[in-house]
Design a protein around this ligand. Sequence first.
Ligand SMILES: Nc1nc2c(ncn2[C@@H]2O[C@H](COP(=O)(O)OP(=O)(O)OP(=O)(O)O)[C@@H](O)[C@H]2O)c(=O)[nH]1
Length: 439
Amino acid sequence: MNAANQTIYALSSGSLPAGVAVIRISGKQAMAAVESLVGSVPAPRHAVLKTIRTRNGLILDRGLVLTFAGPASFTGEDCAEIHVHGGKAVVASLLAEIATFEDCRLAEHGEFSRRALENGKMDLVEVEGLADLISAETEMQRRLAMEHAAGGLSDLYENWADRLTRARALIEAELDFADEDDVPGSVSDLVWADMERLHSELATHLSGADFGEIVRDGLRIVIAGPPNAGKSSLLNALAKREVAIVTDIAGTTRDVLHVDLNIEGYAVRLYDTAGLRETDEIVEREGIRRALKTVADADMVLSLAEIGEPAQTDFVGFTGKVFKLGTKADVHGTAPGDYDLLISSTSGAGLKELHQLIIKDLQDRSSSLSLALPSRLRHRVLLTESLGALSAAIESESLGLDIRAEQLRLSANSLGRITGRVDVEDLLDVIFSEFCIGK
Ligand SMILES: Nc1nc2c(ncn2[C@@H]2O[C@H](COP(=O)(O)OP(=O)(O)OP(=O)(O)O)[C@@H](O)[C@H]2O)c(=O)[nH]1
């Protein structure tokens, strides 16, 4: 039997041992498997406590059994969930028993979700949202993922794609009737006015991609500055543990280190880098090269200098915000200088304010309260394509209506590729490889 028609099963809950483990089965044999394990098939959507046995009558465990008759199930197929005690041997013996059933095999990464997509239960953005929801570690990541998984973004794209299709239909109708005398005035004016509005909505939405990606992937903050400025000490103070080696020897940090922080629900990746100075020492030079590369890829730079010394403001290849922090305030006090903030990693002075500064920066980046934002490079690329085709349609007034209508079709197609409405077969393997088994 072809793999897509086989019944799949997997442990869908977390690592063992655990209080409860959930084994999920989906496909044509799901109900037969349940019948073999517990002697009957409970009514769909009713949890029933059952004794679970092998076909030879050996009791495996007692647990809850739930069935979902397709298409009203997560995957759209017949599905079952068996909740057993989360012992390793319990789960292993149950999985081994299911493996003996006809046409049943262990699911691959994300295969349940893939079937849900293929059976029209979810679109691609919702599937991605679900993957993000499972891996969300901070509150904002969870909210963004939830918005996507619940269809917030998909609704927007479907609505825009429909508007583009309607506009095209009106233009094509105008083309068809162009020679007839009884066509009431041109529809073009209405169509193009709406397309201009759509263009501005799309452009605003696309401008939220930076923030969406920051919420999903974390804000990248790089601590930079000369040797001994206190960079590693600040990393440790913010991480609240000794991640980086701190000494009074200038040039201690050589490689790039990072810690992941959760700052008021936002994921933040904080990097410590080698001290920036002129040097001939080969390892240190490589460290500085890596430091500057990390700065160039950052979202924000904390440029440290011991109070009294100037903080660097320009970094090659970095165009974002640089915050100048004067360090070791416990020694130097509040000596004047050109700094955004004075801090001491030793006393903790200024660290709360630094948190506030990071939060304020994040809030400034979020142009709206909605989290219906693009959050992946894939979204950004396709939205840019869609916007480009729409611009071309609007701007090429000198070209024929048929050419402009074709641009509208391309614009809608790019939106359709985001939700998976338009050919995305080539993408699916990549997207589902990110999933865990059992999802
Ligand atoms: N008094 C005081 N000393 C500090 C403070 N922060 C760092 N230091 C000291 O300054 C020295 C250098 O600190 P590091 O954190 O290693 O500095 P760095 O910028 O990472 O140095 P490199 O690795 O050489 O680039 C150490 O002796 C720290 O204990 C502070 O807030 N107050």
